[in-house]
Design a protein around this ligand. Structure first.
Ligand SMILES: Cc1ncc(COP(=O)(O)O)c(C=O)c1O
Length: 434
């Protein structure tokens, strides 16, 4: 995706709340919150002021020193993350944070004399970012052109029931979903596995999928049994998106490493982070191992902005709002769209909803990938003034189609009605041509 300057197709001039304004006078409701980023809505003056003040004071300090902005953010984050996850390492985005989590896992075992524990188990489908190690640990079609250089790490099938990889239905399948991890650890040899990484609720590679409630507690138990670190990639689901502060809070599971990005700054600054168990960081520090920073780790301006974004979330109770308004959004989506002949499934929680598009509603057969159904529906939606985040459906390897309806937490009933009306309009427009 290289920029082409003046030839780029849509030119956004400004934004406010959930609305984008184009330079040719149109407005678009951003029901994807960009790439599932803009949790608190756009155009907040107080954040612009905080950023201006921070830049006016100092622009850069090496990451090994501290500043007021860094300290304030760490203090606030300690109240957000699950208990015990109180050491933070900051990055410029999600992929860098995933890299940091993978490297820290390997380093942690090495410091404890377990150097052979150096493989990371991921899932398919999944997406953990675009850099080479993040692509390696993920299981998405975005790997395709780089397979020859990716690290050969093991993958297990993802827990989902819409098209169960084991051909079963819930609740019969949930045991198999988690046990697939145990089987793979034993198959590889536990002394070779550093960590297991997963999105607590699948995002773009599965068109939103909350797992069965037994799944993550079982993953936690299995990881503990084999001294394998459990990494929750909450780049998309974190900071209130699913109606709880973090998706793992739905099941009271504490991962060893939690990865954040996107909602951490709500799109006002590029930033990612890992939150790690205090005891693990202490062990690495005692071993005198050096965990190298990135040049822009904990950039003071990004820290100041993240702190203000989270302060706004707290004052306006936006996590609670994501749960309440999100429940209405989900119920209305189901009510109004589930009867559509293209809609196979609607699932989600909080402000995190996926609409799976299928060729055959009864048999759940997906559309052929070359039909590019999601892109066509998205084109029709944008022409009507609606953006949603395009995603793969649960068809796994074959691709599949899904719309992610993941708006800013600040939307109200009028915007919900607008989303539904225009999503249905876009589906109705494309359906006859399929
Ligand atoms: C679950 C997950 N992890 C990691 C990433 C990578 O984040 P970034 O694009 O900020 O590098 C993404 C991006 O969509 C994501 O959804």
């Amino acid at each position: 995706m290289f920029m082409r300057g003046p030839h780029d197709p849509i030119r956004i001039e400004r934004a406010e709340g959930a609305w984008l304004y184009t330079s040719d006078g149109h407005k678009i409701l951003d029901a994807g919150a960009g790439a599932v980023v803009i949790n608190i809505g756009q155009g907040r003056k107080e954040i612009a002021e905080v950023a201006a003040r921070a830049i006016g004071k100092l622009d850069y300090v090496v990451p090994v020193w501290t500043t007021e902005e860094r300290e304030r953010l760490v203090e606030r984050l300690t109240r957000w993350t699950p208990a015990g996850l109180s050491r933070f390492f900051f990055t410029s985005g999600g992929s860098e944070a995933v890299e940091a989590a993978l490297k820290f896992s390997i380093l942690y075992h090495k410091v404890r004399g377990k150097e052979s524990k150096n493989k990371i188990i991921g899932r398919k489908p999944s997406y953990h970012g675009n850099s080479l190690a993040a692509l390696s640990v993920g299981g998405s079609s975005r790997r395709a052109d780089y397979e020859s250089v990716l690290i050969d790490w093991p993958k297990i099938d993802t827990c989902y029931c819409y098209r169960c990889p084991w051909g079963k239905t819930y609740p019969e399948c949930d045991i198999d979903c988690a046990q697939a991890l145990e089987k793979e650890i034993l198959n590889q040899g536990a002394d070779t596995i550093a960590a297991f990484i997963a999105e607590p609720m699948m995002g773009s590679s599965g068109g939103v999928y909350p797992p069965v409630k037994e799944y993550w507690p079982m993953l936690r138990e299995i990881c503990d049994r084999y001294d394998v670190l459990l990494i929750a990639d909450e780049v998309m689901t974190g900071f209130g998106r699913t109606g709880r502060r973090f998706a793992v809070d739905h099941w009271d599971v504490t991962p060893d490493i939690l990865i954040g990005g996107k909602g951490l700054t709500g799109g006002y600054m590029p930033m990612g982070m890992i939150a790690v168990k205090e005891t693990m960081v202490e062990e690495v520090e005692r071993g005198k191992a050096d965990f190298m920073f990135y040049t822009y780790s904990s950039h003071p301006v990004a820290c100041a902005v993240a702190d203000e974004v989270l302060a706004i979330m707290e004052h306006e109770r936006l996590v609670e709002r994501a749960a309440e308004v999100g429940a209405r959004l989900g119920a209305t989506l189901k009510e109004e769209l589930s009867g559509h002949p293209m809609v196979g499934d609607i699932r989600g929680t909080g402000m995190f909803w996926g609409v799976e598009l299928v060729h055959d509603k009864l048999t759940r057969v997906p559309f052929a990938p070359e039909k590019k159904v999601t892109n066509r529906v998205l084109g029709a939606a944008v022409r009507r003034g609606l953006f949603f985040y395009p995603a793969s459906g649960m068809a796994g390897k074959a691709g599949g189609d899904a719309m992610m309806i993941t708006p800013p937490f600040t939307i109200g009933d009028a915007e919900i009605e607008y989303i539904i009306r225009n999503a249905r309009g876009a589906l109705d427009e494309i359906y006859p041509s399929l």
